[in-house]
Design a protein around this ligand. Sequence first.
Ligand SMILES: *Cc1c(COP(=O)(O)O)cnc(C)c1O
Length: 391
Amino acid sequence: MVTRGDYISDDDWHRFLDFSKNLETPFLVIDLRSIKENYLRLHEAFPYAKIYYAVKANPEKAVISLLADLGACFDLASRYELDLVLSLGVSPDRLSYGNTIKKAKDVAYFYEKGVRMFATDSKEDLKHIAACAPGSKVYMRLLVENTGSADWPLSRKFGCHSDMAYDLLIAAKSMGLEPYGISFHVGSQQRDIGQWDDALAKTNYLFKSLDEEENLRLSMINIGGGLPASYMHPTNNLQVYSSEITRYLTDDYGDEMPEIIIEPGRSLVGNSGILTTEVILISRKNNTALNRWVYLDTGKFNGLTETLNESVKYPIITSIDTPGCKEATVIMAGPTCDSMDVLYEDYKYRLPLDLKTGYRVYFLSTGAYTASYASVGFNGFPPIKTYIMDL
Ligand SMILES: *Cc1c(COP(=O)(O)O)cnc(C)c1O
């Protein structure tokens, strides 16, 4: 059984129960208090870094407004995210277009709206930026391959090899852009802190060689996301991440540290969410089967997308958890008529034997990549509803 107190304080739990008792499942409740705490904690852990919140993790207006008030900048992936953030009064000098996969007309749109910082990793995209966002700052995204230790890897699709980054930064200058820095993303929910060391070594090589050979001085390192939220697999705490990453940086740059950007998504909003589901049905597949199938009203298409390959293992508790109650292994599945809509089968969650249809099952740490990944209406199930618990 998951120990609730490992993930949420008694106070916050009861505040949540109070807030949500009359809401109809399934739903996601986001607690702004914990996002504020996470932001302040992150700021304390990386006092020298600018925080660019990766909006895709949770694009709720209340979340963006809160972070904007706290001083955050924003990493955007599309013109729709740009419109959203601008509509909340965030000025464009706090925005970066961090997606390396973009249409030329979208680059133009960002430029027109005042954004002057763009990520890139290819010649063609760089040409689009030079043509549609003249004079802007560009930073080169490095390919990081060794991401077996990330629960949700972001490698392969993004970034280019250091040698190509070198050439593209020189090309950027000749195209009238400002070659600004280097970025990477070591993979989301990255449990191996050494992955930052590897990426920073490549970064340092580029900083040095471009300076020495080309007289090109870069100004910025974007160390991406990847900091963890609390799920079933333990991770180091934030202080360990920050002291290690800070040590790598000071080893390389000493007092002349470039501008550092971090782009947290999961680590800022992950533990702010509780996704509440209801048991639709419990069954066994034959008369002597040991495993129960527990069908819930949330699945892969309406909020729990990151259970794909059982990648993210959320802490799960039920409305009848009591210390010492009898429990047994279950297979959990969602409500749709798609057989891939099975949440956990290999990973053996144990739920109380007394669990019944209609009881509530709570997925903790579901503030990131849940509502924003939900489908528009597969099988007619609407995307999951989000409710905000205010400060
Ligand atoms: C998704 C994303 C992030 C956030 O990653 P987390 O692991 O959730 O912190 C940061 N930067 C970029 C470019 C991203 O695509």
